[in-house]
Design a protein around this ligand. Structure first.
Ligand code: ZN
Length: 64
């Protein structure tokens, strides 16, 4: 079981509460289905049976 040090964060209080740290990132070791860029972190848990795209390709796909 992994625990995040959330309960110990009193001392490291950020000035404006403005860091993006509340989004959990998953450590992965896969390649982008589009450009084969190595991906080491994702904001979601990859299911394994769906292609995963890197940030750039994801953005490009959504921009279209
Ligand atoms: Zn890509």
């Amino acid at each position: 079981m992994k625990e995040k040090g959330r309960f110990y964060s009193k001392k490291t209080k950020t000035t404006m509460g403005f860091n993006n740290d509340d989004r959990q990132m998953f450590d992965v070791d896969i390649k982008c289905a589009e450009c084969s860029t190595q991906i080491s972190q994702l904001p979601f848990q990859p299911s394994g049976d769906r292609p995963v795209y890197c940030f750039d390709c994801n953005k490009a796909r959504h921009d279209r």
